[in-house]
Design a protein around this ligand. Structure first.
Ligand SMILES: *Cc1c(COP(=O)(O)O)cnc(C)c1O
Length: 355
């Protein structure tokens, strides 16, 4: 079989080694003659996986002991609601609108309290990260929300804004573990697993312990962070297979040298593609250099017909899922941690050949 390169924005490529290991263990985990999917989440075998998975994530991201790591479900969308349900104590949150995920998070939060949009790049079709106006931070806000990497538009916050004593909440779904972050800069981080961690169905939440407290009486048990924190994410049955795969991905990442090492690789991968785009006549990057994402590279050709032609040629060469998000068109190459630089080189070579 020829090599396949998967540029999907999510669910996305997983490390080959991890898939091979999971395949090997699918019928015989730990010499038991059964798979991880078939054992109790309360068994010692599964608890070992859960504890190892959390310990690896703590090491990889440098998560301090006063933060909880929660294994939830329901994707980022559920966090759009859980964040305000749990954190909007005074009834005011500030959101920064850098794309449709950020806008949807704000819309969802507005069901629970007052939402103030402090800056937006919507009028620029979200092709940049907006400047924050002077004096933007409201010290009376319960939290500030931002999206670290805008998956659809290919933009990233390269400098995390200082929110002082107001907790910063980040949707890190599409760039968690791709670059070092200082966890102390955030009150809460959430990420659906399906971009940089593992299969869809698992959602990671990292939350400072003082932010988990009493919630309004209407909040369902499964929508309270406290429920997860007080029960090792095992109040009900957690997504066991997702946690198992996440543990394998974290192990793979540790063996590579951790987040700093993968970040260096991600920089090299993105540079290869952006450098080509910046000198190309046929292909153009959409986002200006200071705001460019390492994870999602958005680019265009002269017209849609040319793009369709190139996409067909790419598929014939086994380069898949390069079509841009349906809301913006164009093309997008997602270069998550598990995409090797050889895949990016294959794409650049195909573009050169085209040109
Ligand atoms: C993919 C994505 C989402 C949506 O995640 P679900 O898990 O489908 O709810 C939200 N935010 C960002 C930044 C994303 O990349």
């Amino acid at each position: 079989m020829n090599q396949t390169w998967n540029f999907s924005a999510g669910p996305a490529v997983l490390p080959q080694e991890v898939l091979e290991r999971a395949r090997h263990e699918l019928l015989d985990f730990d010499g038991r003659g059964m798979s991880v999917m078939e054992i109790s989440h309360r068994s010692k075998e599964f608890l070992d996986i859960l504890h190892r998975c959390e310990a690896r994530l703590r090491r990889l991201m440098g998560i301090p002991s006063n933060y909880h790591v929660l294994f939830a479900q329901g994707g980022a969308w559920t966090q759009f609601a859980m964040v305000p349900m749990n954190l909007m104590k005074r009834g005011l949150a500030q959101y920064i609108d850098t794309g449709s995920w950020a806008a949807k998070a704000a819309e969802e939060a507005a069901k629970y309290g007052k939402v103030e949009i402090v800056a937006s790049s919507k009028s620029d079709k979200y092709a940049n990260i907006p400047a924050l106006p002077a004096g933007w931070l409201n010290p009376g806000a319960d939290y500030v929300h931002l999206t670290t990497n805008n998956t659809i538009y290919g933009t990233t916050w390269h400098q995390i804004p200082d929110t002082g004593d107001v907790p910063l909440v980040a949707d890190m779904s599409s760039n968690i573990l791709s670059q070092p972050y200082r966890i102390e800069d955030f009150g809460l981080i959430y990420a659906g697993a399906q971009k940089n961690i593992g299969p869809s169905g698992l959602t990671i939440v990292i939350v400072r312990e003082d932010l988990i407290g009493d919630v309004a009486a209407y909040v369902p048990t499964m929508m309270q962070y406290r429920t997860f924190a007080e029960n090792e994410s095992m109040f009900n049955t957690p997504p066991t297979f997702g946690i198992y795969l996440a543990d394998l991905v974290f192990e793979w990442l540790e063996n590579l040298g951790g987040v700093a090492a993968i970040h260096a690789e991600n920089v090299a991968k993105a540079k290869l593609l952006y450098d080509f785009l910046d000198q190309s006549q046929a292909f153009q990057a959409v986002v200006d250099a200071p705001h460019r994402s390492l994870m999602n590279v958005v680019f265009r050709m002269e017209n849609e017909a040319k793009e369709a032609e190139f996409l067909a040629k790419a598929e014939a060469a086994r380069l898949y899922f390069l079509k841009g998000h349906r809301s913006v068109g164009g093309m997008r190459a997602s270069l998550y941690n598990a995409m090797p630089i050889e895949g990016v080189a294959a794409l650049v070579n195909l573009m050169k050949e085209w040109e």
